[in-house]
Write a protein that binds this ligand. Structure first.
Ligand code: PEP
Length: 260
């Protein structure tokens, strides 16, 4: 089956400290990626207060804008929340949902489900994060990932599947330097595709991209793409280092074109 166009998303989390530093990070990232036209789709997810300035710096959306989270209601008395219409108005085209750091802060499967419903209605892409906290010898982590996915994507209309990206992010691999092996990532990718096929039919696999996230670096990116067979990455720490982030993008580009 022909693979998807690679998608590389940088999650800046609560970084950098100021708008000035965010501007520099964005411009350095753009410079390191270079001017050559790429097939690989690229997005970064800066903190909310920096989004509109990043939109100004990237009017062509060559580097797309993602949000790190969203609230499912569109307007009203919801202090501290940010809605989809607000995000769309500053150029956001994809939203990370259910990141493990949001789940750890108390976000529930039910809230994630509501966020995804709102995202699908709004026409932007949902990057839905799933992943186990720890691996056990009995393989219970498969059940954990399956439950997270089934809860998140229940009742999604098949016509909207192109807006769905699943990011497999084992929590133990996030920010630790311990990435999942390429073989384990491949096994999980097949498992996720089986869940998608069970719910929507086999042709749905072509529409839904599966990313890997968890200590992705330029030194492990090629194996994760070639052996892991994922369609791209969700990248935390390395997205704050423009040279490293750009190197991963270029590896994905060469991989996508079959030149690596
Ligand atoms: C993440 O937070 O989504 C992530 C994958 O982080 P890191 O790349 O730093 O492990």
């Amino acid at each position: 089956m022909k693979s998807h166009i690679p998608l590389i998303v940088g999650n800046w989390k609560m970084n950098p400290a100021t708008l000035g530093k965010a501007r520099k990070l964005f411009l350095d990232t753009r410079k390191e990626i270079g001017r050559k036209k790429l097939e690989t789709q690229i997005a970064v997810a800066p903190p909310f207060p920096f989004l509109s300035e990043m939109q100004r710096l990237s009017p062509s959306q060559r580097i797309g804008l993602a949000a790190q989270d969203v609230f499912f209601e569109s307007i009203g008395a919801h202090t501290g929340e940010v809605s989809l219409p607000m995000l769309k108005s500053v150029g956001v085209s994809s939203v990370i949902v259910g990141h493990s750091e949001r789940r750890a802060a108390g976000e529930t499967d039910e809230e994630i489900y509501k966020d995804i419903q709102a995202i699908f209605k709004s026409g932007v892409t949902a990057i839905v994060c799933v992943g186990e906290k720890a691996r056990d010898a009995q393989g219970n982590y498969f059940g954990i990932v399956e439950a997270q996915i089934r809860s998140a994507i229940r009742s999604i209309p098949k016509t909207k599947l192109k807006q769905l990206v699943i990011a497999y992010e084992p929590v133990w691999a996030i920010g630790t330097g311990n990435h999942a092996t390429a073989e384990d990532v491949h096994e999980m990718k097949l498992f996720i595709q089986k869940i998608i096929a069970d719910q929507f039919g086999r042709d749905a696999i072509k529409k839904v991209r599966v990313l890997y996230g968890g200590s992705v670096k330029k030194k492990n990116a090629h194996a994760l793409l070639a052996v892991g067979q994922v369609d791209g990455f969700l990248i935390g720490g390395a997205s704050l280092k423009p040279k490293e982030f750009a190197a991963i993008i270029h590896i994905a580009e060469s991989h996508g074109k079959g030149t690596l």
